[in-house]
Design a protein around this ligand. Sequence first.
Ligand SMILES: Cc1cc2nc3c(=O)[nH]c(=O)nc-3n(C[C@H](O)[C@H](O)[C@H](O)COP(=O)(O)OP(=O)(O)OC[C@H]3O[C@@H](n4cnc5c(N)ncnc54)[C@H](O)[C@@H]3O)c2cc1C
Length: 482
Amino acid sequence: MRIPVIISGGGLVGLTAALLLRAHDVEVLLVERHGGTSPLPKARRFNTRTMEVYRQLGIADEVERAAADLADFQAMRAGPTLIESQVLPGPPAGDVSDLVAASPMLPCLCAQDALEPVLRELAAQRGADLRFGHELAGFTQDARGVTATVTGPDGPYRVDADYLVAADGARSPIREALGITRTGRGTLGRATTVYFRADLGAAVHGREFNLCQLDDARTPGALVSINGTDRWQFMTDVVGVAEADWPAHLRRVIGLPDLGIELITVQDWEPTMKVADRYRAGRVFLAGDAAHVMPPFAAQGANTGIQDAHNLAWKLAMVLRGDAGPGLLDSYHTERHPIGLLAAEQSSLRSGDLRAPTGFGSERPELVHPFVLMLSYGYTDGALVPDGGPPFPTDRLELVGRPGTRVPHLWLQPGLSTLDLCGTGFTVFSGGADVPGFEAHPMLGLDHDEVMVVRPDQVVAWRGRARDAIDRVLERLTGRMG
Ligand SMILES: Cc1cc2nc3c(=O)[nH]c(=O)nc-3n(C[C@H](O)[C@H](O)[C@H](O)COP(=O)(O)OP(=O)(O)OC[C@H]3O[C@@H](n4cnc5c(N)ncnc54)[C@H](O)[C@@H]3O)c2cc1C
């Protein structure tokens, strides 16, 4: 078969990439070696920017429905046991109101095993060819395209594609086959996650929590809400405890000696920080954990991967349509590699200790403000024309329409954000004067004679006064001009 884009991997990043490509009307085949989506909850915190991506896809309501179980579970708690725990102070109220004002969306807590089936169903509804139980067994590429061998239940078959997206996880067989090296701090410790079933609904009522740090002398760690009623995780850096002993440890840290506990899985794992040195090799693009792995303490892994897909999808679509030259695809590595490094490095500087500074104050200046990691990081080079201004601030959320940053959010009318104006092409925001051939949107503090060109991924590409420069800017951005 022949298809414009084949995706290997049906996790959060592969499924989101499939949805994004379909939004750009690109035919896509996704192969996933497992028969179903992940049975493990892993990621739970989906940040504001990720929710903006889902809003743009028109699926935020479905994602929020999947997140309904944990809607009241936002607080962090700590104590000797869950029963004795107290709520920890949240982020500074002023910072939170800045975040709320900066976006049409709020972050969302939803276990990965609840989200992936929703994305899978929506991607299938929107015409992605999803083949679970099919494995990408190998591939070659040349100037004309990629040839993949996929093994399905009926044996191997050949797929010819223009491009291959490797969303095939931390061990990425595609990255390995390409010989792409990774750089980073490597393994940063050891940890155990105990996933278990226990009817804690009544005990948790009035003590709802996202994470609850438990200062037990023998197995200190954090209790993690999965569905808020009967599924929970306990994460600790104490490894080597026999499975048979876990129920007793869990009853003790929870503070309920008679609690019935059924272990689902006990997994030892190693928090690791490694970032691929190249995100692109010819017609193959790494996204998600294939491109970067990081400790989970800043909740960045899946979010960064979803935003990789957001960055890549419109570029692939434009090149496939012939609206941009293949050079546009180089900007994927140029833009996303520094962000992968930033997210991975910042995740490595944080720990599972919920009382430790997280970057909201000035106690640890090396920590970037969490809302910058979430929303206001910027690209300094790539498919944009930098403004030559000072470096983007890392100690506060700031979105003022500088090239490389997400376009500022303003409510134009109830339910309609400036972000909602960004579609599959470039959008021109104008300070008021007419822009021939474009719909003008006077807003965003633009001077009367100023215009702003915004990309389909809602990132400002250029801002300036010379309206007659727009054509040249677009040609430069899309690589159609030398
Ligand atoms: C305890 C924990 C907590 C976390 N919490 C958060 C959080 O709160 N927020 C956050 O953003 N991130 C979090 N993360 C990280 C997050 O889970 C990962 O970053 C994310 O799941 C990566 O998604 P992915 O789609 O890139 O990779 P994966 O989910 O690993 O998916 C890759 C898929 O590719 C498939 N595959 C591999 N090879 C092939 C092949 N040859 N053919 C076909 N299919 C193939 C695999 O079967 C797999 O399904 C957490 C991680 C852990 C461990």
